[in-house]
Design a protein around this ligand. Sequence first.
Ligand code: B12
Ligand code: SF4
Ligand code: SF4
Length: 406
Amino acid sequence: MLNSQAIKEYAYSAGFDAVRITSAEAFPAAEQVIKERISQGLMDGLPWFTAERADVSCHPDALLPEAKSIISLATSYLTEQPDLQETDTPRGRIARYAWGDDYHDIIKPKLHQFSAWLHEYAHDQIGAEAETRLFIDTGRMVDRAVAQRSGLGWYGKNTNILTKGWGSWVFLAEIVTNLPLATDEPLKASCGSCEICLHACPTQALPNPYELDNTRCISFLTIELRGSIPLELRPLMGNLIFGCDICQEVCPVNKVAEKRLGLRDEKGQPLIALQNIQKRGNFQPHQEFLPRSSVGSAPELIPLLSLTEEQFRERFRRSPIKRTKRRGLLRNVCVALGNIGDPQAVPALISALHDDEALIRGHAAWALGRIRGEEGLSALIDALEVEDDREVLKEVQWAITDHYIY
Ligand code: B12
Ligand code: SF4
Ligand code: SF4
C-alpha cells in the first residue's frame, strides 16, 4: 500500500491547508438526508439538485467504478477585511469567499497538479496505474459528507463543515482514486448545546439543527435565484448583495480561528499548534483570496447601479460575483439600498427604474417605495405611464401603495 503520510505531505506542500483520507464506500446517511430535504421542498429553487444527482454523488463508484479511497482537501479563505471605511455613502456586503478570485479557478489547477503527482508517485512506488476523479463544489460529489467521514471536520448546526484551526472558512475538494490508502477516523467534535447560528439567521433559514431551507437562505437568494426575490424576504436581507456569512460570523469556533489570524508569539512564530498550519509554516492567508480593490468586501452601492454590461464583466471578470450576471447583482443592490433607506440613492434608483432589464426596474421600484420621498413617488407615478412589463407594473403599484399606507 502507498504511504498515506507522503501523500498528505505533498498536499500540504501544494498549498492545501488540511488533508484527510476516507474510503470510497457509499454515503447512505447523506443520501437519505438529501432525498428527504428534496422531498420536503427545502432544496427548491435549485433545479439541478435532484434525487438522481444524489444517486451518483453519494456513490463514489458511480463516478469511478474502481474507486477505493477519497482524499479530502480543505483550502482556507480566512482573510482580513481591509475596506470597512466609515463613510456616509451606503455600502453593501459581500460574503468572504467572494472577496478575492474565484476559488474554482484557483483550486482546480492545484487538484490537477496533485493528481499528476499522485499518478507518478503510485507508478514509481508500487508500479500501479492510478485512476483519479477530481471534484470541487460543482462536481457531483457530497463535499461535506466526505469531509465529515474523513475527519477533516465536523458538521456544524448551520450545516457547514467546521475544521480545527480554520473553522468553517474553508473550501472543500476531493480526489476519488482507485488506489487503496490508509483511512482516517471521523472527529469526535460536535457543536454541543450551542445553537447561536440558528437564532442569528435573519430569514429563519435554519429551522432545525443541521437543516437548511434553501428557499429562505440569503446565499441562495443573492447568488442562485435568477428571478424576483420574494417580497417578504427582501426586508430581512439587510445590505447583503452577494452571499451571506451571518451563520458563520457568529460561530464561536470561527471566532477562535479569526483571533489566530496574524497572532504571533514573542519569538515571532505563529501561535498555532495545529499540524496542518505548522506544515504551511506561516499563518498567512492565501494571496489569491485577498480582497481585490476592484471588488472589495463592502463596495459603495450607488455607483454599482450605473454599471454597464461591459463594465460589470470587466470588474468581476475573476470574481465569483460574475455568476449573478449584471441583472442579478443590480437586483440585489436595489434591495440593499431599499433596506438602508438613504435618500442619497434616490436619483440612481430612478435611473434604474428605466433599466433595460425588467428585473432591475421592479426591484428599483421596491427600493423607492421603501425610501419614500416626493421625488421617488413622482418617478413611480410617471413609470405607471410608460412601463409595459406586467410584473414591474405590479411592483410599481405596490411601491406607490406603500407610500400612501404608511
Ligand atoms: C447546494 C449548495 C448550496 C445551497 C444549499 C446549502 C445547503 N446547506 O445545502 C446554497 C446556495 C444555499 C449554499 C450556500 C452556501 N454555501 Co454551498 N454548496 C452547495 C453544494 C453544491 C451542495 C450542498 C448539499 O449537498 N446540500 C444538501 C444538504 C442536505 O446537504 P448537507 O448540508 O451536506 O447535509 C448534511 C447535514 O445536514 C448533515 N446532517 C443532517 N442531519 C444531521 C444530524 C446530525 C446529528 C449531524 C451531525 C449531521 C446531520 O448530513 C447531511 C448529509 O451530508 C456544496 C458543494 C458540493 N458539491 O457538495 C456547496 C458547499 C456546501 N457550499 C459552501 C459554501 C462556502 C456556502 C456558503 C458559505 C456561501 C456563502 N457565504 O454564501 C453558503 C452557506 C449556507 C449554509 N448555511 O449552508 C461550501 C461549504 C464549505 C464548508 N465549510 O462546509 C461547499 C462544500 C462548497 C465547497 N466545495 O467548498 N450552498
Ligand atoms: S447563510 Fe445567511 S441566510 Fe443562509 S442560513 Fe446562514 S445566516 Fe441564514
Ligand atoms: S454557531 Fe454553534 S451551533 Fe452553530 S455551527 Fe457554530 S458551534 Fe455549531
